[in-house]
Design a protein around this ligand. Structure first.
Ligand code: CP
Ligand code: NVA
Length: 304
């Protein structure tokens, strides 16, 4: 392969490509509903390295590969040589000589960079402490299906300035929507990521200011994977950042609620909202499958 396209963060794709992937995901969804057989990934293999837990990401990528006629290999990092000290650069050189595409979920974003710079096949970031770009594909598909283009719309992010928040910032810049963020002090998103999207992002002092008149309201757990030692402290500091009906009522009347899941009802979101009529979290979760198909197809086609 002369040209390899990676998906380390959303910044690896441009606006047209982002929209293309969303539209292709919708086609894959239709194909699946119509029971149309598609073997376009026959004989293709994907290695999936997981250094953190997952339900959706693993099942989405594995199902995407299998239902397109290919195969996915689940590599729990505990059972590979990575945990025994093999360099990731060596791992990348070995895997990319055997499989067609690699996905990794890990703690340090630098590991995704290291894999990518040593791989001759596409590397997908399946979540790091810094970004969760795959989830944004599904979130944007869901918004698109529900309300059409997100360009010029307003999104409210409430809670931790975590990997999901950073990826929302990237998406705001690429798709040109306004992102209003409210986090407790000390939990702001990544500064460099923010600086790249200055014109699209506003940091708000209070959750109510962020949610006011927004078209989409979203949040994530207060304690991400890797931050568990701060869990109790965070529960105290994040009080007041829960998306409950009272807060959600400040959004536009037709605003939708999204959450990447897993969710903790009673913490970052109240059951009334996540299980309420304007929540689209199940559709969003299911869209992980279709966006995984579209992303794999895109990266393989673009890497020829
Ligand atoms: N939203 C998401 O990435 O879920 P998993 O952690 O279950 O993969
Ligand atoms: N911010 C969360 C997302 C889980 C999908 C975490 O990193 O644990």
């Amino acid at each position: 392969m002369n040209k390899v396209r990676h998906f380390k963060s959303l910044l690896d794709i441009n606006k047209n490509e982002f929209i293309r992937i969303i539209k292709r995901s919708i086609e894959f969804k239709q194909e699946s509903h119509d029971n149309i057989l598609n073997n376009s990934l026959q004989n293709k293999t994907m290695a999936m390295i997981f250094k953190k837990n997952s339900t959706r990401t693993r099942v989405a990528f594995e199902t995407a590969m299998v239902t397109l006629g290919g195969h996915a290999i689940f590599l729990s990092s505990d059972t590979t040589q990575i945990t025994r000290g093999e360099d990731l650069s060596d791992t990348a050189k070995v895997l990319s000589g055997m499989v067609d595409i690699v996905m990794i979920r890990t703690h340090n974003h630098s590991e995704v960079e290291e894999l990518a710079s040593n791989s001759s096949v596409p590397i997908i970031n399946g979540l790091t402490e810094k970004y969760h770009p795959c989830q944004l594909l599904a979130d944007m598909q869901t918004y698109y299906e529900e309300r059409g283009s997100i360009e010029g719309k307003t999104v409210a992010w409430i809670g931790d300035g975590c990997n999901m928040c950073n990826s929302y910032i990237n998406a705001a810049k690429i798709l040109n929507f306004k992102l209003k963020i409210a986090t407790p002090s000390g939990f702001e998103p990544d500064h460099k990521t923010l600086m790249l999207a200055k014109d699209n992002v506003e940091l708000c002092d209070l959750p109510g200011q962020a949610v006011e008149d927004s078209d989409l309201v979203t949040t994530d757990v207060w304690t991400s994977m890797g931050d568990e030692s701060e869990s109790e402290k965070r529960k105290q500091l994040f009080k007041g950042y829960q998306i409950n009906q009272n807060l959600f009522d400040k959004a536009k009347a037709d605003a939708i609620f999204l959450h990447c899941l897993p969710a903790h009802r009673g913490e970052e979101v109240d059951a009334d909202v996540i299980d309420g009529p304007r929540s689209r979290v199940w559709q969003q979760a299911h869209n992980r499958l279709f966006t995984s198909k579209a992303l794999i197809e895109f990266l393989l086609n673009e890497s020829k």
